[in-house]
Design a protein around this ligand. Structure first.
Ligand code: ACO
Length: 333
């Protein structure tokens, strides 16, 4: 009899999908007042993937989802819920998740998007965690998918060099277990007082989309880079320590850290504060840049596939993004 065992939320499969097109720093040098050396030294980024016409958050997200379902051995029709974490949805509405649902044939799933920008995937995991641990659902797909390239001002060297496109997905299953396994806890925060620190100011609710607003460049990302850098190091470290303390664990117990891939210097500073050897920290931004809400699930998938995350490892996810939003999740793999 195991009916009194607690519900856990376990990741049973991961997947990712990247656009084929590679844009290197050397390519950017041709049109921008920048250099490969500056970008490498200040960010760690060497190249990024950029979506082609016809590729979008739903097409990349659906393929990442198919790969995660295959890895998990699940059928689309068994998914109860699809959460797409994106700040670059295909259209204003319906949700990108509804396009993904149709594309993969997840007929019984409830599907919707959440908007927490780079933190989206950790926020999405946190929602899935509640539905699985409460016993309401059995199988949930959480997808991070972005086409950041569409929000870039390609003449602004302080932002466009940072971002890339892609999607990552995980399948989470309810599992009954005495042992604390799977997603141990998630910790998510927001601070709307700093909403303007990273913002795409053009919208649809404050005023009607106009040619003038587009010409005024309101539909591209504006970022206070240095301020974001500092708050990212502080909040990602704080929330990581909170997640450990919440589970009566310490930095020494960690096997792998999968940080948001915004800047190698942010990742190094957080790793140093957590006293994590760099060999335990997953970094793929050299090849992909910052893929926003897709960055953690893509890095997670690559780490699983390359055997850097193994069964029973203690894995920490940590992120800060626009909103501001930030969070961490601790997983016994
Ligand atoms: N090439 C060459 N020079 C550049 C470039 C470039 N691509 N970009 C900026 N510079 C110049 C600046 O103009 C400035 O020149 P000046 O000294 O003559 O004025 C100089 O380099 C230094 O600029 P800083 O902005 O001070 O450079 P910094 O070292 O802070 O690096 C960066 C900028 C890379 C943007 C960094 O601040 C950063 O990574 N910030 C955090 C980004 C982040 O974490 N975002 C959060 C997630 S994203 C999301 O949620 C959507």
């Amino acid at each position: 009899m195991n009916k009194h065992l607690p519900n856990r939320a376990r990741i049973t499969g991961t997947g990712s999908c990247l656009p084929e097109r590679i844009v290197t720093n050397l390519d950017l040098e041709k049109t921008l007042d920048t250099s490969d050396q500056w970008i490498r030294e200040r960010t760690g980024i060497i190249e990024r993937r950029i979506a082609e016409k016809g590729e979008s958050s739903s097409t990349l997200g659906a393929e990442a989802a198919r790969r995660a379902l295959t890895a998990a051995g699940e059928k689309p029709e068994d998914i109860d819920m699809i959460i797409v974490c994106t700040s670059t949805p295909d259209v204003i509405y319906p949700s990108t998740a509804c396009f993904v649902q149709r594309e993969i044939g997840a007929s019984k799933a409830v599907a919707y998007d959440i908007s927490a920008v780079c933190s989206g995937f950790v926020f999405g995991l946190s929602i899935a965690e509640q539905y699985l641990k409460s016993g309401r659902y059995e199988t949930i797909l959480v997808i991070g998918a972005e086409v950041n390239s569409r929000l870039m001002d390609w003449t602004d060297r302080s932002t466009c060099i940072l971002f890339g496109d892609g999607a990552g997905a995980v399948v989470l299953k309810r599992e009954e277990s005495e042992e604390p396994v799977g997603l141990l806890s998630s910790h998510i925060y927001s601070d709307g007082n700093r909403a303007e620190m990273l913002i795409v100011p053009g919208g649809i609710g404050r005023e009607t989309i106009s040619r003038q607003a587009v010409e005024d460049n309101l539909y591209t990302l504006k970022m206070e880079g240095q301020a974001t850098f500092k708050v990212a190091v502080k909040k990602m470290t704080e929330v990581s320590l909170e997640a450990l303390e919440h589970n009566n664990l310490t930095k020494e117990n960690l096997n792998v850290v999968v940080p948001h891939q915004a800047n190698r210097r942010i990742i190094s500073a957080v790793a140093e504060k957590l006293k994590m050897d760099s060999s335990k920290v997953i970094v793929n931004l050299d090849k992909l840049g910052n893929t926003g809400g897709a960055s953690i699930p893509i890095a997670l998938d690559q780490a699983v596939k390359s055997n850097r995350i193994k069964r029973d490892d203690l894995v920490l996810l940590t992120v800060l993004g626009a909103g501001l939003t930030w969070g961490a999740a601790l997983i016994r793999w």
